[in-house]
Design a protein around this ligand. Structure first.
Ligand SMILES: [Zn+2]
Length: 412
């Protein structure tokens, strides 16, 4: 058998365990052999003294192409220009070793996904929600002071009230080409006059959306901070829970029982908490972040203790211009899982690969025969020093070498 690509002599972390020195052989976009044997391939990469592992996954982003932290100021930018800016984000993400990103709400992500798939631009595989679904006076309206008509015409979210209206919103979003449906089940930090603990959308409304998603063979991801709203969403059948900052133990136990993953989105929380004022986050966001952050760390530790599937999502949705937290440095979420969540290096790397892939229903996130060949080579060892996860040198996405020696291979 002639293999397309071979990655030789690297130390391999499979996504669940370290298996030492192995050669990985790829054909037709899949991993076809993991072995000590030395075989021929059309293209060979020497990974001697390097760590080979599955490509990283950011399971919660907004590839909006926005710049700056004040949503009030930046949300009026034209989508065409935002899309152009976002193409640079995608290159940065690929260079950083992200082979998959799930966009949790941003209309332009559907076109970006198509452009990546058709080879016009370079970037990770995108799983897109398209427009998120929100209620009137919900988290999906950033500002509650602008006239409602302005909010609707901005087109960021699909606004619905009542089950009929929610069914229509779900069908519209699916028609637009979303891969899953994102809803806002509570208030949030960066929305003006709601609070993170306020439930949004009723059980019947969420149930109706879940039903439409399931009919289309997909699932619902719910933004939920407050315990009450989260519980309603969980009982209504959502699959992944985003943020979860004010969850109580009983609700976490229910998540475990129903196999619902938690995306704690630590990165955006740190950005707003530490640098919100510097980057121009609106006053209401700064006021709400303190309580959310403090509780989130407790929830995360409890979730780990209970054995809930923790996955990585930065929730980054705008360029910050900051040195330590910005687009393309999305591995900060992995670092934070170890720093504030008490996860071991191995557990944090597993969250960013195996766990995220499993929660999102992907055939990647694991170095094993038959899995999608999304693989990165790191000039360092993040199992020992977690910060080494930033030292990605080669990236293979769906069996193709996309980044070699820290440079994107442009073959359009
Ligand atoms: Zn988000």
């Amino acid at each position: 058998m002639q293999y397309d690509v071979a990655i030789k002599n690297g130390n391999v972390f499979t996504g669940t365990e370290f298996i030492g020195k192995m050669n990985i052989y790829i054909s037709n976009g899949k991993i076809s052999k993991v072995s000590k044997e030395d075989l021929n391939a059309k293209q060979e990469i020497d990974a001697k003294d390097m760590l080979v592992m599955p490509g990283l996954i950011d399971a919660h982003m907004h590839i909006s192409g926005l710049k700056g932290g004040s949503l009030l100021k930046i949300m009026f930018e034209k989508p065409e220009y935002r899309a152009l800016r976002a193409t640079k984000w995608l290159e940065k993400l690929l260079l950083a070793g992200f082979t998959t990103v799930r966009d949790c709400g941003e209309p332009i992500s559907i076109s970006l996904k198509r452009a990546v798939n058709e080879g016009y631009i370079k970037g990770p595989k995108i799983i897109a929600a398209g427009k998120p679904i929100t209620q009137t006076f919900g988290h999906g309206e950033f500002s509650h002071d602008i006239p409602l008509e302005f909010s609707i015409s901005l087109g960021f979210s699909e606004i619905c009230d009542g089950t009929e209206s929610c069914i229509h919103a779900a069908r519209k979003v699916l028609r637009d080409g979303s891969d899953f449906i994102k809803i806002f089940a509570t208030g949030g930090v960066l929305s003006q006059r709601d609070r993170p603990d306020m439930p949004q959308l009723s059980f019947d409304e969420i149930r109706a959306i879940v039903n439409e998603a399931e009919k289309a063979g997909t699932y619902v991801a719910a933004h939920a901070h407050g315990d009450k709203g989260a519980r309603i969403a969980i009982e209504a059948g959502i699959k992944t829970l985003e943020h979860g900052s004010l969850l109580k133990e009983d609700t976490l136990k229910l998540m475990l029982e129903k196999n619902i993953s938690l995306t704690p989105t630590l990165t955006i929380t740190e950005i707003i908490y530490k640098y919100g004022k510097t980057i121009g986050v609106d006053e209401w966001g700064l006021e709400k972040i303190v309580e959310v952050r403090e509780n989130l760390h407790k929830v995360l530790r409890k979730a780990k203790e209970l054995g809930i599937t923790i996955i990585t999502g930065t929730d980054m949705g705008f360029e910050t211009g900051l040195e330590d937290y910005d687009i393309g440095k999305n591995w900060t979420e992995i670092l934070l899982l170890t720093e504030v969540g008490g996860l071991s290096n191995e557990e944090a790397l597993r969250a960013a690969t195996y766990n995220s892939a499993k929660a999102l229903g992907l055939n990647s996130g694991l170095i094993d025969e038959g899995k999608d060949a999304d693989i990165i080579v790191i000039d360092g060892n993040p199992l020992e020093n977690i910060k080494d996860v930033s030292k990605v040198v080669h990236v293979i996405k769906q069996g193709k070498l996309e980044v070699l020696d820290g440079k994107i291979i442009n073959n359009y």
